[in-house]
Structure formats: structure tokens, C-alpha cells
Design a protein around this ligand. Sequence first.
Ligand code: CTP
Ligand code: MG
Length: 229
Amino acid sequence: KSIIAIVPAAGIGSRMGADKPKQYLMLGQQSILAHTLDVLLSHTDISQVIVALHPQDQHFKQLPQATHPKLSLVIGGGERADSVLAALDYALAINPQAWVLVHDAARPCLRHEDINKLIGSVEQHPQGAILAAPVRDTMKRSDASGQITSTVDRALLWHALTPQFFPITSLHRNLSQALAAKVSITDEASAMEWAGVRPGLVNGRVDNIKVTHPDDLQLAALFISQAQQ
Ligand code: CTP
Ligand code: MG
């Protein structure tokens, strides 16, 4: 099976509030995006990595991975889903029979072990699947005033992670139709769900965090150093 990775990296990191987009902040020896790219570029089942960049990106070309032969660049869009769709347009032209593995630039702690688990789930989930982590805390529903109205059954709740793994043609069709219908799309699975597909959930490592707020940086640095041991 041919597998193309897509990395949305066109965000500006407003919640991080740093002097540059968070994917270019250093985490130990190299930037967050550089760590993410290393994991994907070194995986032997991934033939190409397409990165969506902000139209005014000034940083990507300075990465050591910038000229890697497996790498292609596209211009991202206003929302994450627009950036993913731009990369999907490009991927579709490369090989419509391929599957895509969509992975946030801001998740540098991904491990090959989890990529393998997700790719290996395709016989069980022929329409695609995502990495996810079971919710650990007791979950409450509230009313608008912040008082508890009920306890939600935790056994059926998951944190959606990335990568998310789908056949390129079906993800391209469902994501473009969902965006055209103005549906709010925060991950690839939500576009598939909107189209009536029930993607599989593959238990992923909880250290595959998305670096979002400043206090995530130390945690991500710790997880990266553990992965390098
Ligand atoms: N992303 C993208 N294009 C956008 C917005 C986000 O490619 N228009 C990417 C980000 O670069 C990131 C991933 O999608 O790798 C997840 O998004 P998020 O964590 O929300 O990053 P930002 O949008 O950059 O951060 P914020 O929402 O705090 O501004
Ligand atoms: Mg965002």
C-alpha cells in the first residue's frame, strides 16, 4: 500500500503567543516541526511527506529537512481543514490509490510504534482510522451557568489524536464537500463522520500531545528526550 503523509503546518499558534509560529519553537536540539518531520521522513512505509505552510512562512527553508527528497510543500489555508485540503489536492495528483496519514506539525512526540499500529489497523478498519486515547477522568456535562447536570459515560469517550489514516479519494471527497457545506471540521475523522463513515479508533500513546499552550513545551521536551533514550 502506498502511503503519503500530510502535515498541516500553516497555523500561527495564537494560543502559544510566542514571537513565531509554535511549530518553529525549539524543543531540545531542533524545532518542533523538525522533530515531527524526522519521525515521518524516516518511516519506510511513507513514500512522500506533503507539508502545508502559511503563505508568508519565513522559517521552513531554514530547517535541516527542507530539501529532503521525500518532501513537497503546498500553501495552506485559513483553517486547519483548508490546509489539509490543499495538501490532499496535491496528493491526489500524485497517486489517487494511495492512503494518507494526516499528522499535526504540532505533535512532535509521535513514535513509529503508533504509526505502525494505525497502518496495521486497516484490515479491521477498511474505511480508515485515527489514533485516540481513552478519557481517564470522570466526565461531567454542565449547564451554561457552570453547574453539573450529569456525568457522561467515560467508557465511550476518547481524545482524538493524529495521525488520522484514510483512503485519499474518500477523504478528499468528504472533506471538500463538508467544507463546501460550511460544516465545522476540526479533524479528518469529522469530515468522514459527516459523510456517514464510522472511522476506527486505535489506542495511541498519551505522550503524543499537541503542543498548544506554553506549558506544553516542557512536557513535550521530556517526552522527546524519553523517545531518544
Ligand atoms: N494549521 C494549519 N493551517 C491552519 C491552522 C492550523 O495547517 N490554518 C495546523 C497547525 O500548524 C498545527 C495543526 O494545524 O500543526 C493543529 O492546529 P493548532 O494546534 O490549532 O495550531 P494553530 O492553529 O497554529 O494554533 P492556535 O489555534 O492556537 O492559533
Ligand atoms: Mg488552531
